[in-house]
Write a protein that binds this ligand. Structure first.
Ligand SMILES: Nc1nc2c(c(=O)[nH]1)N[C@H]1C(S)=C(S)[C@@H](COP(=O)(O)OP(=O)(O)OC[C@H]3O[C@@H](n4cnc5c(=O)[nH]c(N)nc54)[C@H](O)[C@@H]3O)O[C@H]1N2
Ligand SMILES: Nc1nc2c(c(=O)[nH]1)N[C@H]1C(S)=C(S)[C@@H](COP(=O)(O)OP(=O)(O)OC[C@H]3O[C@@H](n4cnc5c(=O)[nH]c(N)nc54)[C@H](O)[C@@H]3O)O[C@H]1N2
Ligand code: SF4
Ligand SMILES: [Mo]
Length: 690
């Protein structure tokens, strides 16, 4: 399949949304992945996870056959038998409880492009509105905040912008390639302010690091807006936008020290960061999960989006996307009730078109608003990545049927009745549009290695549709046929993509409506009528983003759960020896001075507790975290961050859970107690088999 220009098969890394270009070679010593220097976006870059993905592909722990739960064990099935059983169980449940009682869930590993569309289409063809994704707790609260305010999230155009704020994000780790581009831009003169409680890898190359007190970002955004108004940094045209006067009046009515006070940022440092930003416009803002995984996340982001319009009043927020043909049969969808979560979070539904996964435990355990009885999970590990893991475990155990489609026997898979092995992305064929990331390119993930017993996602979805008698919705045998249909007779053909030595081709981005905000009326909505209709404050006022409670004597620390580390992708990559060696075990980051005050050393085992639960974990000392803060990454069986997070105080506008700025406590534990804790019955660890 090699085309002579690169030594191997050109494809695209599918681990994270950077989608770097790769070259894959399969030999007797396994799979070798290198960066593709011909790829116009990534130019040869490859991170540690991309480089070692071959270790996941060839891992002896990969699922080989479909497995059906039988008592306390598992019975192997052939794929056709497993699929027939899956279709039969889903059909029976549909007939008994209605199609809406079946949920199709898609995790982050399968991203948000073609696979999403296929699965959504299958769900709606089946008759259930409950197509739910990881968008219930990833990215979408941010998108919603920007969309409601100024039409969309901007991407960085370093040829235009002169300054940037990285806010509650750590691209140097989470978007490695973009992080490097940002660092290079800083070297070339871009002014950078990082707002983060921790002194992150990104903060290390910033002009200013504002070490904000966790959970107070909305206050800081309003402080910047107040500064801009007072110092005449607001372009006249903005004053004609919807609700400007109200916003202006609101921030003018709050004294600066009431805005800065909660943030803990000194006025001098604030003013020097503000002056750097407003003297270097246009400016760009990159937000991250540090903001959206908190109560009031959308309103915090609305305050930041409002600030963004002042920093770049000529920004373009229209999305960029390659035009593809639709899928057949959308007119054949049966009538459907509302998905779960629509009633509580109408804006989440009207903007994303999905159910909100935070409602699953209530629907399964209490039949509210109606019973959910079956679930198909593809490419996600919600028992590790959704809040209140134990509640989800209880809910999943109550389902009449659950199937998981994955590469590994994950915590979620172990809770299922049926496990179906998936192919790695090295075996997959899939179309990728880089437009969402602001780059007009269309690319193809190509099968680059021998197939294993696992099925590619498209195959699983197409065959399931067929077995369910829903073939008219996805009438193809192979994904190539589907992709050819999607591409039609447009600018780029399937054969062009296959022949490209980078597996990607540039398209003409069309003509974005320059200067226009991508809201329904083309105006900025500092004050949002849509938000008001939900009974929430139309302006991002302090009450709309203040945390329901803070730290206290019992829970004196701010805990951030889920901060990314280079070697892992959520719960993935523990099976890669190279990645595992970079961080062999779960660690809780604590400031050395805090630790010494508590009599804790590097490596001490502590009990880490929140209002929701406790885990036992080893301490790592680092002055990157604040004296009042703690930090841990998620995805560990044995120290699951989401046994510490809860389902209460979900964000009013998006339903997103509270995973950052969580009040917490730590206590040194003795050896015996550690053992007790490990054997605690109420833990997901029990799902791990010997
Ligand atoms: N290596 C790796 N990269 C990944 C992923 C991965 O699992 N591993 N996951 C990918 C996915 S799906 C996502 S969504 C992105 C997430 O990408 P990011 O949002 O860039 O990643 P995080 O590490 O979660 O960074 C959030 C930052 O928020 C900070 N923070 C915590 N609380 C607060 C607060 O109250 N205020 C402020 N201002 N900051 C706060 C944390 O200190 C942390 O530095 O990463 C993507 N990239
Ligand atoms: N406490 C806390 N929890 C969090 C977060 C946080 O910051 N803090 N972040 C949240 C965010 S932003 C996100 S995006 C979610 C991520 O949540 P998930 O989507 O659950 O993330 P992963 O753990 O990466 O699970 C992906 C699963 O897909 C499987 N997989 C990988 N590739 C393929 C494939 O090609 N085919 C199939 N069939 N399966 C595949 C992997 O083996 C893995 O089991 O976590 C959320 N949870
Ligand atoms: S940054 Fe790493 S994981 Fe993400 S696409 Fe690139 S190589 Fe893959
Ligand atoms: Mo995410």
């Amino acid at each position: 399949m090699s085309n002579g220009k690169v030594d191997g098969v050109p494809s695209i890394c599918y681990v994270c949304k950077e989608n770097c270009g790769i070259v894959v070679k399969e030999g007797i010593h396994g799979v070798h992945i290198s960066g593709n220097p011909l790829h116009p976006v990534s130019k040869g870059f490859l991170c540690i996870r991309g480089k070692n993905y071959g270790q996941l592909h060839t891992s002896p722990l990969r699922l080989q056959r479909p497995l059906l739960k039988k008592g306390s064990g598992w019975q192997e099935l052939s794929y056709p038998d497993a699929l027939a059983l899956l279709a039969e169980r889903l059909t029976n449940i549909k007939n008994k409880y209605g199609p809406e009682s079946v949920v199709f869930y898609k995790g982050e590993s399968l991203k948000h492009q073609e696979t999403s569309l296929y699965l959504n289409h299958l769900a709606h063809g089946f008759g259930t509105p409950n197509y739910i994704t990881v968008g219930s707790l990833c990215h979408f609260a941010m998108t919603l905040g920007f969309k409601l305010t100024c039409g969309g999230m901007p991407s960085a155009d370093y040829s235009r912008i002169k300054s940037a704020i990285v806010w509650g994000a750590n691209p140097a780790v989470s978007l490695t390639r973009s992080g490097i581009a940002l660092k290079k831009a800083v070297k070339n003169g871009l002014k950078l302010v990082v707002v983060d409680p921790s002194f992150t890898r990104t903060a290390k190359f910033a002009d200013h690091h504002l070490s904000i007190s966790p959970g107070t970002d909305g206050f800081l955004a309003l402080a910047f807006i107040k500064y801009a108004i007072f110092n005449n940094h607001v372009k006249a045209s903005l004053k004609l936008e919807h609700g400007w006067n109200d916003l202006c009046e609101m921030v003018s009515g709050i004294p600066m020290d009431e805005l800065l006070g909660p943030t803990g940022i000194h006025i001098d440092q604030f003013e020097s960061a503000a002056s750097l930003l407003f003297c270097n416009t246009p400016g760009w803002v990159q937000t991250g999960s540090g903001l959206e995984l908190q109560p009031g996340g959308v309103q915090t982001v609305r305050a930041i989006a409002s600030l963004f319009t002042i920093l770049d009043p000529d920004a373009v927020t229209s999305p960029m996307a390659y035009k593809l043909n639709g899928l057949p049969g959308t007119e054949l969808y049966p009538p459907m009730p509302d998905p779960i979560g629509k009633e509580q979070w109408p804006l989440f539904y009207s903007n994303l078109g999905q159910g909100q996964g935070m409602c699953l435990p209530q629907a399964i355990l209490e039949n509210k608003p109606y019973p959910i009885k079956a679930m198909v999970v593809i490419g996600g590990n919600p028992l590790m990545t959704f809040p209140d893991s134990l509640k989800y475990l209880k809910a999943f155990e109550k389902l009449e049927f659950m199937a998981v489609f994955d590469l590994f026997k994950t915590a979620t898979a172990r809770a299922a009745d049926l496990i179906l092995p998936g192919a790695s992305f090295l075996e997959n064929l899939e179309l990728i549009d880089y437009g969402r990331g602001g780059k007009p390119y269309l690319g193809l993930i190509q099968p680059a290695v021998k197939s294993t017993n696992g099925w590619p996602t498209w195959k699983f979805i197409f065959r399931l549709a067929h077995t369910l008698g829903l073939g008219e919705f996805l009438p193809w045998q192979e994904n190539e046929e589907a992709i050819r249909h999607r591409l039609g007779s447009g600018q780029i053909s399937f054969d062009d993509l296959m022949a490209s030595p980078s597996s990607i081709i540039e398209y003409s981005p069309g003509d974005p409506r320059s200067g226009a905000w991508n809201t329904p009326d083309g105006k900025i909505h500092y004050k949002s009528d849509l938000v008001a209709e939900t009974g929430n404050p139309p302006l991002p006022v302090p009450e709309s983003f203040s945390l329901p409670y803070g730290t206290d004597d019992t829970f004196p620390f701010w805990l951030s759960t889920g901060d990314r580390v280079l070697s892992y992708q959520h719960s993935q990559f523990r099976e890669s020896p190279a990645c595992r060696s970079m961080m062999p075990e779960p660690l809780l980051d604590i400031h050395p001075d805090t630790a010494s005050g508590l009599g804790i050393d590097d490596g001490t085992r502590v009990e880490l507790g929140t209002r929701h639960g406790t885990i036992s974990i080893k301490v790592r000392l680092t002055s990157e975290v604040r004296l009042d803060s703690l930090r841990l990454t998620h995805g560990w069986i044995g120290a699951n961050a989401n046994e510490l997070t809860g389902l209460d105080h979900l964000d009013e506008l998006s339903g997103f859970p509270w995973m950052r700025a969580v009040p917490a406590r730590i206590e040194k534990i003795e050896k015996m107690k550690t053992v007790d804790n490990m054997e605690n019955n109420e833990s997901l660890d029990n799902l791990e088999e010997g």
